[in-house]
Write a protein that binds this ligand. Structure first.
Ligand SMILES: [Zn+2]
Length: 143
């Protein structure tokens, strides 16, 4: 999925969970983090050498798209702040949830081979429909 679909879904989840502003920002940021494993992503382009390194070492939609990795990163943040760790974990999970609808799918329990995949291709008309539906829900919740 494209970065903006991940970002709006992360925002929706943060609003539904009534996060404070800092937590909303962390949640939306975390919703973009898993795709750091590809230099083609929004975040990957910002830190290209690091992203390239992660991609060569771990591949795209593998380790960085696993529940265990999300929990591990969140635990490290938890050592600093429970609230930030919670926001990060929720944002990260929101990415994995949306990617589960993707045609390519993800392996939630990587390195286990079990994969959850959907029917939406990245950048397709259907993804844009999903994006606008999420936007409309956010707009409705904001009033
Ligand atoms: Zn992804």
């Amino acid at each position: 999925m494209r970065w903006y679909t991940h970002a709006v879904f992360g925002l929706l989840v943060a609003i539904l969970l009534k996060f404070n502003l800092i937590m909303v920002l962390v949640c939306v940021f975390a919703s973009l983090v898993p795709d750091i494993d590809t230099t083609k992503s929004k975040l990957g382009r910002k830190v290209k050498p690091l992203s390239w390194f992660f991609n060569v070492l771990f591949g795209h939609r593998k380790l960085f798209h696993s529940l265990f990795f999300a929990a591990g990163l969140s635990f490290l943040i938890y050592l600093y702040s429970f609230e930030l760790a919670l926001a990060f974990f929720v944002g990260y999970l929101s990415h994995l949830v949306i990617d589960s609808f993707n045609f390519a799918g993800i392996r939630w329990f990587y390195p286990a081979k079990f994969k959850i995949k959907g029917f939406i291709k990245t950048g397709s008309f259907l993804e844009h429909v999903l994006f606008f539906v999420i936007l409309v829900i956010i707009a409705i919740l904001s009033f």
